[in-house]
Design a binder for this molecule. Structure first.
Ligand code: 6MZ
Length: 362
């Protein structure tokens, strides 16, 4: 691994001239910065027994690409570095601090609970993530919520297990307000999402919000089956749904009729090769149709990006004006998995901030 040794602690300077953002699609392990990876490597080296690959590039710099399969290999390597509770605490804290430094005021993190015999249980994994979230919220101006991820490559038993865990925490006195739903992710070429529908039905019955990675690669049959369930609250990526980007009228009609918002991650899609270039990104087609979308990072570490960079790419590519960006910001608030009361508070604070920025500019 050859991460740059730029700094061991994140830059906390806030960008005051641009509005704060809401991040709704960020995988915890994929969000690790080079600085954090280096910290973890050093901890492993200090332990002395690390079985680590000799060389691997963790981040994908601008202009560079990898296949989706190669990206999933990077996750596997990162999981070797995050195989204990101390590392889970470090990565959760670092990732949140880095989002704070990028002027993110609301963050929905997602992660798959993992267990390692004799080292950590899935409960301890989630406890550690939630405790780190609470610590960081006390010290920073950020609200963080957690989506518990089902990894489609881990099979149905693991998915039921994850759902039980999510239900347990969603009913927990101390933690319930921090759990905002279930994410379904993992290698889109692994398994069949249709098999997971009973899990999603139960999740929904329990009042959990559902964000599902859908059509990240072309798969009309699977996408149709999932959309027809009417269970999905937000779609991750949705690259091959719109008829202009390799989907179909039927798929896009199903998304539109249910008004399912899309979580769009430009750098991720471009660098993993599912979208040719920013100009070709499905953002433009859905926006033209006035469909709800939110700009997200996906894996800010692996794809070497930040949320403000994603907004910048979007603005430059699609010639968005300041007003358009602010409209996107406000729209993002509506797409959060917050309760109505919490959403109202966030909406108010974003409005106040945007009014203040407009006043400073005039
Ligand atoms: C699908 C993705 C993903 O859970 O270990 N993940 N799943 N598509 C993507 N697009 C590139 N990026 C990340 O974070 C890493 C995990 O998030 C999912 C994968 O399951 C990956 O192993 P956690 O914190």
């Amino acid at each position: 691994m050859t991460p740059k040794d730029t700094s061991t602690s994140p830059d906390l300077s806030l960008k005051k001239s641009s509005p704060s953002h809401q991040e709704l699609h960020a995988h915890l392990t994929g969000s690790l910065s080079d600085a954090t990876v280096l910290k973890l490597l050093r901890a492993k080296q200090a332990e002395g027994g690390a079985k680590l690959p000799q060389s691997a590039e963790v981040t994908i710099q601008r202009g560079h690409k990898r296949t989706l399969e190669e990206c999933f290999e990077v996750f596997r390597i990162l999981h070797c570095l995050t195989d204990n509770l101390s590392a889970i605490k470090t990565i959760t804290r670092d990732v949140i601090q880095e989002f704070v430094a990028d002027n993110v005021h609301y963050l929905e993190l997602r992660t798959t609970p993992k267990s390692i015999d004799g080292v950590m249980t899935k409960n301890q994994y989630i406890d550690t993530v939630l405790e780190a979230m609470i610590d960081e919220m006390k010290m920073n101006n950020i609200t963080v919520r957690l989506l518990v991820s089902i990894d489609r490559s881990r099979g149905l038993d693991d998915a039921w297990d994850t759902l039980q865990l999510a239900k347990q925490y969603a009913a927990h006195d101390q933690f319930k307000s921090l759990i905002c739903g279930i994410d379904v992710s993992g290698n889109p070429r692994a398994g069949n999402l249709g098999d997971y529908i009973p899990v999603l039905q139960e999740a929904k019955q329990c009042g959990l919000n559902l964000s599902v990675h859908l059509a990240e690669v072309p798969n009309e049959k699977e996408t149709l089956e999932l959309l027809k369930t009417g269970l999905i609250d937000r779609i991750g990526h949705g690259t091959f749904i719109h008829p202009d980007t390799g989907g179909s009228q039927e798929l896009s009609q199903l998304v539109k009729s249910q008004a399912i918002p899309l979580e769009l991650c430009l750098s991720s899609n471009i660098k993993s090769g599912t979208v040719k270039s920013a100009e070709d990104h499905h953002f433009s087609f859905w926006r033209k149709d006035e469909h709800p979308v939110v700009i997200c990072t996906d894996d800010k570490g692996v794809f070497s990006t930040t949320l403000s960079e994603e907004y910048k790419i979007c603005a430059e590519t699609f010639h968005l004006k300041k007003a358009d960006l602010r409209e996107l910001c406000l729209a993002a608030v509506e797409l959060t998995f917050l309760s109505q009361e919490e959403k109202e508070r966030l909406r108010l604070s974003v409005h106040t901030e945007l009014d203040e920025l407009t006043r400073l500019e005039s």
